[in-house]
Design a protein around this ligand. Structure first.
Ligand code: NAD
Ligand code: UDX
Length: 485
């Protein structure tokens, strides 16, 4: 029986391995992590991440051919295929700080694999890594385990999106496998990994290619996806200035089959652990390869995203008579998108920091994010990727004194001067907005950062509504020339 071990039981390692175990009863899958609390949660009734459909998949194979363990070394030692799905965050110090990927976790995992291996292995890059990482990993593995075992490195980047991870894994648009197809060992390794996915993925969706193409394709895909959002968000600013409606523009543009309708929703800004990190990584790689023009082109995608978040805060403050000091503002949604409890790089952090800086009182509600997480996020100094030597100061005192948590949207909005929607949770589409309006201070402002509400219906109730990229209410004030969060 083939044994797969995955190092890293996070948002990718956990669901991906659960799907492999679910679809491949003939394969033993063990997910290992240095975090014992995470492993304990994977072995409990309350999984460490919220992901629709994940519980059922895990429950059906956990203890059968899916195991979670903190005994990292012993499971790596005798596995045939080792996936490495550790975190690869942006470096915050040293060479490349603010842009380059921090491969510390990856390198330590590779050294450990070399140290403990008792058999030949296929080592699979599941984490998103800079192009050419496989070369470095190969060197670490072969130099630290000289002549003992054969290591074949494959790149198999993951394309799941949080909130839809199970559906994405069950029916991927494509699976990429990069390897050394020019060697006998490389071809065998590619075939072995392909055989795993072939249990449920149609063969024409399993793409094999050279290592560097596979590594770069992941960065390219995230860069192009994020670029679409920054493009539509840039357009949203122009829509507001001209009276066009960004939803109508996106609909019209998306009807062009060369463009397509997906991923054109204007928003308060993209978040999540991947887009910003991966684009900055791409920027750094371009700079290192002597391509400053290309680097600057991609940098703009992140800069527009920062601008969009800052612009939103400016709209709120300038519309509310240029001050939100002491005013209660309900924040609906804190996660970086719906159907996840993940807050990494969520636009809500920047927007809340901006409002707290103007001395607002925030009442925050999110159906999945815990109070502890929100307080931790707001109390943590924010790292400025463009000026890595500076931390954007945060105020732990502000985060504790100016912020309260609410049990639901109604409690959050009670007595508030304004409501801001920052995550597109479905439940926000169906709220009783008359009830919310009645319980608010007047004039009641509504700032929709996700275009989830029916603007006309809310205006009829009496709200002064701002919705990203939509024609403006006369009450919504123009922005000062240089917005900043
Ligand atoms: P994560 O932080 O949720 O999980 C990473 C896990 O690796 C952590 O639990 C950590 O404790 C563990 N770890 C780190 N070093 C280790 C070591 N030496 N030994 C054992 N465990 C170790 O990260 P994630 O969101 O799952 O992302 C993992 C990788 O996948 C990243 O490179 C990311 O860019 C990429 N990715 C993420 C997503 C996503 O939606 N989150 C999608 C595609 C790709
Ligand atoms: C992304 C990629 O989609 C996925 O393929 C990759 O593996 C990991 O990174 P994820 O970050 O989980 O996935 O979610 P995604 O759906 O891409 O959304 C990212 C951010 O963009 C969210 O904040 C979302 O709200 C925002 N977004 C998305 C928009 O603002 N508008 C859109 O039209 C789509």
């Amino acid at each position: 029986m083939v044994k797969i071990c995955c190092i890293g039981a996070g948002y990718v390692g956990g669901p991906t391995m659960a799907m492999i175990a679910y679809k491949c009863p003939d394969i033993q899958v063990v997910v290992v992590d240095i975090s014992t609390s995470r492993i304990n949660a994977w072995n409990s009734d309350r999984l460490p991440i919220f992901e629709p459909g994940l519980d059922d998949v895990v429950r059906s194979c956990r203890g059968v051919n899916l195991h979670f363990s903190s005994d990292v070394e012993s499971h790596v030692a005798d596995s045939d295929i080792v996936f490495v799905s550790v975190n690869t965050p942006t470096k915050t110090r040293g060479l490349g700080a603010g842009k380059a990927a921090d491969l510390t976790y990856w390198e330590s995992a590779a050294r450990m694999i070399a140290d403990v291996s008792t058999s030949d292995k296929i080592v699979v890059e599941k984490s998103t890594v800079p192009v050419k990482t496989a070369e470095a990993i190969e060197k670490i593995l072969t130099h630290n385990n000289p002549g003992k075992h054969d290591f074949q490195i494959l790149s198999n980047p993951e394309f799941l999106a949080e909130g839809t991870a199970i559906a994405d894994l069950a029916s991927p648009d494509r699976v990429l496998i990069g390897g050394r197809g020019d060697t006998e060992g490389g071809r065998k390794a590619i075939a072995a990994l392909k055989a795993v996915y072939a249990h449920w993925v149609p063969e024409d969706r399993i793409l094999t290619m050279n290592l560097w193409s596979a590594e770069l394709s992941k960065l390219a895909a995230n860069a192009l996806l994020a670029q679409r959002i920054s493009s539509v968000n840039a357009m949203s600013a122009l829509c507001e200035a001209t009276g066009a409606d960004v939803s109508e523009v996106a609909y019209a543009v998306g009807k062009d089959s060369r463009i397509g309708p997906k991923f054109l929703n204007a928003s308060v800004g993209f978040g999540g652990s991947c887009f910003q990190k991966d684009i900055l990584n791409l920027v750094y790689i371009c700079e290192c390869n002597g391509l400053p023009e290309v680097a600057n082109y991609w940098k703009q995608v992140v800069q527009i995203n920062d601008y969009q978040k800052a612009r939103f805060v400016q709209r709120v403050v300038s519309s509310m008579f240029n001050t939100v000091s002491g005013k209660r503002i309900a924040i609906l949604g804190f996660a970086f998108k719906k159907d996840t409890g993940d807050t990494r790089e969520t636009a809500a952090i920047d927007v809340c920091h901006g409002l707290l800086g103007d001395k607002a009182q925030l009442s925050i509600y999110d159906p999945q994010v815990t109070e502890e997480q929100i307080r931790r996020d707001l109390a943590t100094a924010k790292f400025d990727w463009d000026h890595p030597q500076h931390l954007v100061p945060s105020s732990p005192t502000a985060a504790s004194k100016q912020v309260v948590m609410a049990w639901d949207a109604y409690a959050a909005a009670k007595g508030a001067h304004a409501v801001c929607v920052l995550t597109e949770w479905d439940e926000f589409k169906k709220l009783d907005y008359q009830r919310i309006y009645d319980a608010m201070e007047k004039p009641a402002f509504f700032f929709d950062g996700r275009n989830v509400v029916d603007v006309d219906a809310l205006r009829k109730i009496g709200f002064i509504v701002y919705s990203v990229g939509k024609p403006l209410d006369p009450w919504i004030k123009d922005l000062p020339a240089a917005p900043s969060c």
